[in-house]
Write a protein that binds this ligand. Structure first.
Ligand code: CTP
Ligand code: MG
Length: 230
């Protein structure tokens, strides 16, 4: 099987609240998305990287990644899952059902090459696939609308779900289409796979593979990036 990558980059970053979508904010003078693409583009096994870009986007065309020979652009969708599905649909005819697709957030710039390598090596012979993640360190409370605590969840069983998430092309497309047609909310690929009755494997990665979501995350990512020599 071959390896393909899909990078959803069509969000508007509501929680970040910046004028420019967060994937285009600068980290060490390069847009966040170029950092996010770096490990994928450096990996020799990944044939092509499909990037899902919003219709209204003014920034993508100015990135150097947009001119990379292994990068291809598709139109993003309303939800993250729609953007990913558009990316998968653009691979139809090229990708086989049992090829691997790695989906990685454009807003996750600190992916280390060793994590990418470890994910691929660990799941290479897996039937379903899986995702990078990290065990939670905080105790987690389930609350109601007024933030009254309803229950405490057992922390030993809780992990943060990161990207890349790596699944078989055919199964992932079917799972995302199924979730869409039944109007089920999926915030990552693994949840669509789970709803399809399959069991993703979690692969423990580095805790610094954070997603830029709020302003403070940008500073943290800056710190992490300058810590590792990637
Ligand atoms: N994304 C996308 N298409 C959408 C929504 C999100 O491709 N319709 C992408 C984002 O660009 C980001 C990734 O999915 O790279 C993770 O989503 P998230 O962190 O939620 O980003 P935003 O949706 O942009 O942020 P917010 O939810 O705060 O608006
Ligand atoms: Mg979002």
């Amino acid at each position: 099987p071959r390896y393909w990558a899909v990078v959803p980059a069509a969000g508007i970053g509501t929680r970040m609240g910046s004028d420019v979508p967060k994937q285009y904010l600068l980290l060490n003078n390069r847009p966040v998305i170029e950092h996010a693409l770096q490990a994928l583009l450096k990996h020799p096994k990944i044939v092509k990287v499909i990037v899902a870009i919003a219709d209204s986007d003014h920034w993508w065309a100015n990135t150097s990644a947009s001119r990379h020979s292994r990068v291809q652009r598709v139109l993003g969708g309303t939800e993250r899952a729609d953007s990913v599905l558009n990316g998968l649909l653009s691979l139809q005819g090229d990708a086989d059902a049992d090829d691997w697709v790695l989906v990685h957030d454009a807003a996750r710039p600190c992916l280390h090459r060793t994590d990418l390598e470890n994910l691929i090596e660990t799941l290479r012979h897996h039937a379903v696939g899986g995702l990078l993640g990290y065990p939670l360190s905080d105790t987690i409370k389930r609350v109601n609308d007024q933030a009254s605590v309803l229950e405490t969840l057992p922390r030993e069983q809780l992990w943060r779900a990161f990207t890349p998430q790596m699944f078989r092309y055919g199964a992932l497309q079917a799972a995302l289409e199924c979730a869409r047609s039944s109007a089920l909310q999926v915030t990552d690929e693994a949840s669509a796979i789970e709803l399809a009755g399959l069991i993703p494997q979690l692969v423990e990665g580095r805790s610094d593979n954070i997603k830029i979501t709020r302003p403070e995350d940008l500073e943290l990512a800056h710190f992490y990036l300058n810590q590792h020599s990637r």
